[in-house]
Design a binder for this molecule. Sequence first.
Ligand SMILES: [Ca+2]
Ligand SMILES: [Ca+2]
Length: 111
Amino acid sequence: MKFKILIALAMISTASYANFIPCCADYDGDGLLDPAVYHQDKGCWEILLSSRGYSTRLIQYGLVGAIPIVGDFDKDGLVDFACVIPDAGIWAILLSSTDDVVMFSFGNDEW
Ligand SMILES: [Ca+2]
Ligand SMILES: [Ca+2]
């Protein structure tokens, strides 16, 4: 058991985690929280889905440098992927109910 823990710690210490943001939510809608990170250097999401034995799922949605947001914006019971482009104040939400992307400007210095 100690051997397995040491191997896991060695893997953690050698990996680069400088460009990820944790963004856990229930992505598969089974009522259990799914560990997830947004890779800011790649503009993609990496999720460990509880309904699939915490296997990894990659979602390519977002832009390099964007800030990830999670929430159920269309109230269909499933998490919607969203990103904010901080320099432009642009929000882009991928609605789970329709797969449409809704974009709007909010939070910039225009007001
Ligand atoms: Ca889940
Ligand atoms: Ca939704």
